[in-house]
Design a protein around this ligand. Sequence first.
Ligand code: KIV
Length: 281
Amino acid sequence: MKNTVVTFQQMKDKGEKITMLTAYDYSTAKLVDQAGINSILVGDSLGNVVLGYPDTVSVTMEDMIHHGAAVARGAENALVVIDMPFMSYQTGVYDAVVNAGRLMKEARGQAVKLEGGEEVCPQIKAITTASIPVVAHLGLTPQSINVFGGYKSQGRDLRSAKKLIRDALLVQEAGAFAVVLECVPEVLATLISKKLTIPTIGIGAGAGCDGQVLVYADMLAMFSDFRPKFVKAFANVGEAMRAGFKAYDEEVKAGTYPAEEHNYTMKDDVYDELKAYADTL
Ligand code: KIV
């Protein structure tokens, strides 16, 4: 059954955990969807995982539309949430609504996600007023990497923890239907999850959140540039891929691939005629 924003709220209300994974292409989206995951996030982690950037700052609207559309074509039941890239909403309410609209119309996402608290509440309000569901993102917000000075956990002192709770309440009030909490202490994420009526989706925020999200390439051990503490390898797909590529290389070089069963055939009489013709050339 198709997951919607209503499903998210019903799951929180019933105390059922929500699952979300990233995907950036059609085939992966299909696999995630077939596994019964509730939601697919076309994260701007696309910049790190697919495009090889050191961070998400360079990701463009065109990147998100291109990959978001591929994911949307592969997702039958999962709710597709597409990240708004850096500078597609920070510049103001007008840009935010126009760009959120492009992610819905051109990529056919079902919701957008943007990073920040109080400072982006006018954007959240305007986007939701335009009938576009919004997921907020608090804690370690990777688009602010240059302000944080690195990928550091957030909300560990009283002042920043208080601000995080306030921000969570404000984005809820502004109309967000869910909020991602990234790299914050478990106790803080649990407190926020109890305080909010909308679901929290944690990443490096402990089991007290209403749901969890991971970057699929991290949880399948396919991405090795950096490995945050909260990542668990649920399968070693990276190693399986390396082994598969190596076996292909060896078999092609040894002449054992392609084998008889991989070949297309031609009737003998056709071949004989063809051979005679080739000999005349
Ligand atoms: O871009 C992304 O993949 C994300 C998740 C880490 C939540 O925002």
